[in-house]
Design a protein around this ligand. Structure first.
Ligand code: HEM
Length: 372
């Protein structure tokens, strides 16, 4: 079937085989929104998401079943389209919890339940972060094999939020830059290199339990079965990259361009041999490898983006990096290691956000019910 269940122990859209397209949106709650508004919004989002992921309209009345004198419940552009493996993943930003010391900064009464590790990522060398691509009280990650289906989901969930939360920023992505299933061929990012070779797969229960899901013994209890999401909007300077020799491109990544094999030899899935000397110590793969980061491992689920062309006539393009982890320290460790990455000459991080991803829910339940 082309439909993924919305309900389950974990939210869909993490271990699920990665789809071809993304529409990601970060939301801010209205300054007037109350805790009751937040609860109602998460309930309505969950109800709508359960329908949308099955290829249904946002409500039973839908796009054409309502009063002709009123705006339709559903915007209608997905009428007749299959579910296209749509998943909708809902996240909670650190700003939802207490952000200051004053009594009124804890607007939703959630300060005591804030996960200790949920905070904006610390500054990293070379960051060029822009507020308009960063943070948010809530997020929706909609992934589907048809961009129209993903956009339809975000558009209708944004309408549902009307008066309570509004879109702070959003991002379209294509050409998944990862694989989370052994059946998927490894796709390529906009540097032309295979991306996602050494990812955590959705079928690797042990690795998911160790590196991705908040575990039974982890705090806070309400997040068990959930995860954390780190988002980085990374610009890629494609024109200088395209003028770089093939040998240099391969040195920067530490892998060959044709197969994605480590420069130490073998095929795509051969373990890199860093001792052999063929892989530059400052290559991306050497610096990001778990062996050089105390075992830190990420489930990467990013997408390519092209947002048109900038004032210099260059592609406004890059990688919208999404990583799911059991603890955001895993991302911080790897990102710190990338401070001396040869790739930094060609990339610039312009957006950053972190979210707690609550566990999945049973039919009729709603994402966030364990917290609120
Ligand atoms: C591996 C590209 C940003 C973490 C790779 C690989 C490529 C790649 C081609 C090798 C294939 C693979 O194993 O998937 C890029 C590009 C980036 C980017 C083009 C930005 C534009 C990042 C960031 C992080 C990261 C920001 C972490 C914060 C990793 C990790 C691996 C990896 C953990 C796997 C290392 C291993 O297990 O061998 N990346 N990457 N990457 N990257 Fe990136």
């Amino acid at each position: 079937s082309e439909a993924h269940a919305f309900y389950g122990a974990h939210q869909a859209g993490i271990a699920t085989p990665v789809q071809d397209h993304l529409h990601f949106a970060a939301y801010d709650l209205s300054p007037r929104a109350t805790r009751e508004d937040l609860v109602a919004l998460l309930q309505e989002w969950s109800y709508a998401a359960a329908r949308l992921t099955q290829g249904l309209d946002v409500s039973a009345t839908g796009a054409v079943g309502g009063n002709p004198a009123a705006p339709p419940d559903d915007t209608g552009e997905a009428l007749g389209l299959p579910p296209a493996h749509l998943t909708i993943t809902i996240g909670l930003g650190s700003s939802l919890f207490s952000t200051g010391d004053s009594a009124d900064s804890d607007r939703f009464g959630l300060a005591a339940q804030r996960p200790a590790g949920l905070a904006p990522l610390p500054p990293f060398l070379g960051d060029a972060l822009q507020a308009e691509w960063s943070h948010g009280d809530l997020c929706i990650q909609a992934c589907a094999d048809d961009p129209q289906v993903a956009v339809h989901a975000v558009r209708n969930l944004s309408r549902t939020a009307f008066g309570r939360a509004s879109v702070r920023w959003s991002q379209m992505g294509f050409g998944r830059t990862s694989r989370t299933s052994a059946a998927q061929a490894t796709p390529r990012n906009l540097f032309g290199f295979k991306d996602g070779t050494r990812n955590v797969l959705g079928t690797e229960e042990d690795r998911l339990a160790e590196h991705v899901w908040v575990g039974e013994g982890d705090e806070p209890a309400w997040l068990r079965g959930g995860s954390y999401l780190a988002v980085r909007k990374i610009e890629m300077q494609l024109e200088p990259w395209d003028r770089t020799s093939l040998a240099e491109q391969e040195r920067v990544l530490g892998r060959d361009k044709a197969e994605g094999a480590p420069l130490s030899g073998g095929t795509e899935f051969t373990e890199p041999d860093f001792a052999a000397g063929a892989i530059d110590v400052a290559s991306h793969v050497a610096l990001a490898h778990p062996d050089h980061n105390g075992g830190a491992t990420l489930l990467r689920r990013g997408y390519n983006f092209v947002d048109g062309t900038n004032a210099l006539g260059r592609l406004d393009a890059g990688l919208f990096f999404l990583a799911y982890v059991r603890d955001l320290e895993q991302v911080i460790t790897v990102q710190r290691a990338l401070a001396t990455d040869l790739m930094n000459e060609y990339v610039r991080h312009i957006g950053s956000a972190t979210f707690a991803i609550p566990p999945g829910v049973a039919p009729g339940g709603w994402v966030g019910e364990t917290l609120l």
